[in-house]
Design a protein around this ligand. Structure first.
Ligand SMILES: [Zn+2]
Length: 390
């Protein structure tokens, strides 16, 4: 039904105009009479339509649109419309047909080429699209669009070196690509780490920091490298940087942080680190880590009192769960059952909640994505804070 609406609302009036024009031209050629006629092709298209062969009708009407300087815009609009409707093959045929016309002006050919590049992107033919956009970056009018498309291609193919090269060219006009470039270096660092090329990975991270000194991902990868090489003080230094960069990411480092101070046999250092983080507004992970130390050194009650005191400022479901755990073993039998039931409810509440949230498009997930799978922006997904999160 949508196809028929498309034909009647858009294609038929255009085809009617061209059918009328073509018929009139031929009539003029044959005689000097005033009677105008429609081209035979137009009626063939109508016939297909009446026989409910909409595919053939569309192709017939499209074939009626002669390519000349007056109709190029119509062809481009039609091709774009087909692509947006998901009919990429038709869009490709229209744009290829345009480009093949020797009479087409250079400017119109490039416009058609740009549209063909978009068609190839929609069809997933990235190598063909890449060739077109590489040609068009030399055309001032199409440079920005082509660079943007090349950046998408190199991200999809994980060709990070090329992505950096292209983003660098966009960078000159738009500062928003700095975070992206920094993440591309992090991708290269991750790839180097996968093959245990630590020195190479650190080199990429250095470049990531040069582009964006607040890239928490580069900090976390650096800490991971230092930890795996048993350079615990260096790793702790990274975690101190993390607090300065973005406290929200501290939960990502918490386990490794505790292991670092344990390897250094420096519990005082850990206490100072956590106190400092909590004072600066760290969420429930830091509070719980600190309460774990209190529980070991001073017992359950002191740990519970500390969490309760913090809950006034940082109400948290995770904090509530830990409070229940700390109270349940000291509760009388009559209270144990109620606390146990409450514990089950709170556990289910936490289990079904997302952990991360995209601050650009609102996408929620339980996995930390450095590039949002929904809006494709880099570095916009963060741990959720507040009562149900951190
Ligand atoms: Zn997003």
């Amino acid at each position: 039904m949508n196809e028929l609406i498309f034909i009647f609302v858009f294609l038929l009036p255009i085809a009617w105009y061209f059918g009328f024009r073509n018929g009139k031209n031929r009539e003029k050629e044959r005689s000097s009479g005033n009677k105008a006629g429609f081209s035979r092709t137009y009626f063939t298209g109508l016939n297909y339509l009446l026989n409910e062969e909409s595919d053939k009708a569309i192709d017939t009407f499209v074939s009626m649109l002669e390519v000349d300087s007056e109709t190029v815009e119509t062809h481009l609009a039609l091709g774009s419309l087909f692509r947006k409707r998901g009919e990429v093959d038709r869009a490709i045929r229209i744009h290829q047909n345009l480009i093949a016309r020797p009479s087409l002006s250079s400017s119109n050919r490039k416009s058609a080429l740009l549209q063909l590049g978009y068609d190839y992107m929609s069809a997933g033919l990235l190598d063909r699209a890449e060739n077109i956009f590489k040609e068009l970056i030399t055309v001032p009018n199409h440079k920005a669009a082509s660079l943007s498309q090349l950046l998408i291609i190199y991200q999809q193919t994980k060709d990070w070196e090329k992505a950096i090269g292209v983003a660098d060219k966009i960078e000159k006009k738009d500062n928003s690509t700095r975070a992206e470039i920094s993440h591309f270096y992090c991708e290269l660092a991750d790839e180097a780490l996968a093959s245990k090329a630590y020195r190479e990975a650190l080199g990429f991270l250095k470049k990531a920091f040069q582009v964006d000194s607040n890239n928490v991902r580069a900090t976390l990868i650096s800490a991971r490298i230092h930890f795996s090489k048993k350079r615990y003080k260096h790793a702790v230094k990274c975690y101190k940087d993390l607090i300065r960069q973005d406290l929200a990411f501290l939960p990502e480092a918490m386990d490794s942080l505790i292991d670092c101070f344990a390897a250094l046999n420096d519990q005082k250092g850990l206490i100072y680190f956590l106190q400092d983080a909590i004072q600066k507004g760290a969420g429930i992970s830091a509070i719980l880590a600190y309460s774990d130390i209190l529980q070991t050194t001073n017992g359950d009650r002191e740990a519970a009192d500390f969490i309760a005191s913090q809950m006034n400022q940082h109400p948290s479901v995770k904090g509530l769960l830990r409070l229940i755990d700390l109270h349940i073993k000291h509760a009388p039998d009559s209270g144990k059952q109620s606390l146990s039931m409450l514990r089950n409810v709170v556990t289910k509440l936490i289990k079904n909640k997302p952990v991360y949230h995209c601050h650009h498009c609102g996408f929620d997930s339980k996995t930390l994505f450095w590039q949002c799978p929904s809006c494709k922006h880099w570095g916009v997904v963060k741990p959720i804070t507040g009562i149900e999160g951190e």
